[in-house]
Design a protein around this ligand. Structure first.
Ligand SMILES: Cc1cc2nc3c(=O)[nH]c(=O)nc-3n(C[C@H](O)[C@H](O)[C@H](O)COP(=O)(O)OP(=O)(O)OC[C@H]3O[C@@H](n4cnc5c(N)ncnc54)[C@H](O)[C@@H]3O)c2cc1C
Length: 393
């Protein structure tokens, strides 16, 4: 069967669902196709952190990523504006809480790093303040005595990842978007000046625009149009404790260790921060389509750090650990915009995609409908990969 649509979005995670919503709201005929079910990959598996101050995964590589960090701060500020009104926009409670977040330091070296970080953030107009350990404990008495300082960002927070993408999809459908699950894309070709997208080797969509919103699987889609797009799949681990009475109002991360933690509305403490799980192999090769394996030592170490930073956590029972796969880029910056080599093919990927997903969707909808966006995205344009694709026809 052959159908037509103005925009075909590939991927039913947060990026795809948000893009479908903002386009449909503008009256654009849009179809979203998802290989499995909506929100079953990174967008529904993540830690739900709304990261607005710079994260450990960047500050840890200060020398290598200083320029990239400067590019990212304005995006964080813009993203916060979207989250601040998102529940109103989507008319739903998605457990969005912005009670502030800490990046803590336990050593002098980590304190020096926090000073540099705060200086850079303040230069780019992101409001973070540096507190002593005692000042931090006044706001957050649950923090360990070992913490000597903390960067505090009052707008940080978290939301429930199980609710956000589905709500975008629901509202997109109400505005007329067609959402198809169990509809994996198996081929993309160019015919008579239009793109043709084949679903499950049978149905075909003819379209002007295609949005690659396939997260860690974007590289597979890019190969269908003869481009190299390096989005690397990485396997991560999340942990959650039993629920307890509220005691922890903020998000907590660390300047020198991989950790994020927060207490969600149901009372559970979510513990993550970029610890690995392990991809499994099939016929001697890593199989990116299978759920990665949880590594017990990693769970132990992640939870030990959590208990050291917030001693109350050491009394809690671990309920569950789960793996998830996300896509990262070589410079830790997003890829956002149209491919200069393939007109009408758009992408949004990389970065802290739960935090930025709604903004990516909003920006893509402006770019596709108006050809421009009010927000500066030069550093994120896929044109920066042109040198990789010089020889790809
Ligand atoms: C454990 C973990 C914790 C994280 N914690 C945070 C956090 O706290 N804060 C934060 O900001 N970010 C976090 N992230 C990152 C964040 O979750 C991702 O960046 C974001 O969800 C990416 O959204 P997406 O829609 O691009 O991708 P996904 O949610 O992965 O969605 C992509 C979709 O594309 C579909 N697809 C793939 N190939 C095809 C095809 N050929 N045809 C049709 N559909 C296809 C997939 O089935 C999938 O549903 C975390 C990620 C993980 C895994």
């Amino acid at each position: 069967m052959k159908s037509k649509t103005d925009v075909l979005i590939i991927g039913g995670g947060l990026v795809g669902c948000a893009t479908a919503y903002y386009l449909a709201k503008k009256g654009v005929p849009v179809t979203l196709v998802e290989k499995g079910q909506l929100n079953r990959q990174a967008s529904g598996q993540n830690a739900g952190s709304l990261h607005f101050q710079l994260e450990f995964r960047m500050v840890h590589f200060w020398k290598e990523l200083e320029k990239e960090m400067s590019e990212l701060i304005p995006l964080s500020i813009e993203s916060e504006k979207v989250w601040a009104t998102l529940e109103q926009e989507l008319q739903a409670d998605m457990e969005v809480l912005q009670h502030g977040g800490f990046m803590v330091a336990e050593t002098k070296e980590e304190l020096e790093l926090l000073k540099k970080k705060q200086d850079l953030e303040n230069r780019w107009k992101l409001n973070t303040v540096l507190l002593t350990g005692d000042e931090a404990r006044k706001i957050a008495p649950y923090l360990s005595k070992n913490i000597i300082a903390a960067a505090y960002c009052p707008i940080e927070g978290h939301a429930n990842p199980r609710l956000v993408a589905p709500q975008f999809a629901k509202r997109a459908a109400e505005y007329g978007a067609c959402i198809r699950t169990d509809s994996g894309v198996t081929d993309i070709s160019r015919n008579n000046g239009k793109w043709e997208v084949t679903i499950k080797n049978s149905d075909v969509y003819e379209t002007e625009h295609i949005v690659f919103a396939a997260g860690a699987w974007i590289e597979d889609l890019a190969k269908m149009i003869g481009l190299h797009v390096p989005v690397y799949p990485v396997p991560l681990t999340m942990n959650v404790t039993e629920p307890v009475m509220p005691f922890m109002e903020h998000m907590v991360q660390h300047a020198g260790k991989r950790i994020t933690m927060k207490q969600v509305r149901d009372g559970n403490v979510l513990i993550g921060g970029g610890w690995s799980s392990r991809f499994v192999k099939k016929n001697g090769k890593i199989d990116f389509n299978q759920l990665p394996m949880i590594l017990p030592d990693v769970v132990r170490e992640n939870c030990t750090i959590a208990s050291e930073l917030v001693p109350n956590v050491s009394y809690l029972r671990l309920l569950r650990s789960w793996p998830g796969v996300t896509g990262i880029t070589h410079d830790q910056l997003p890829l956002l915009g149209e491919f200069s080599e393939r007109k009408g093919i758009w992408v949004a990927a990389g970065g802290s995609g739960f935090t930025f997903g709604p903004l990516y969707g909003s920006i893509l909808s402006d770019l596709i409908t108006k050809g421009s966006t009010d927000f500066e995205i030069e550093a994120f344009r896929p044109g920066k990969l042109a040198h990789l694709n010089l020889f790809m026809s």
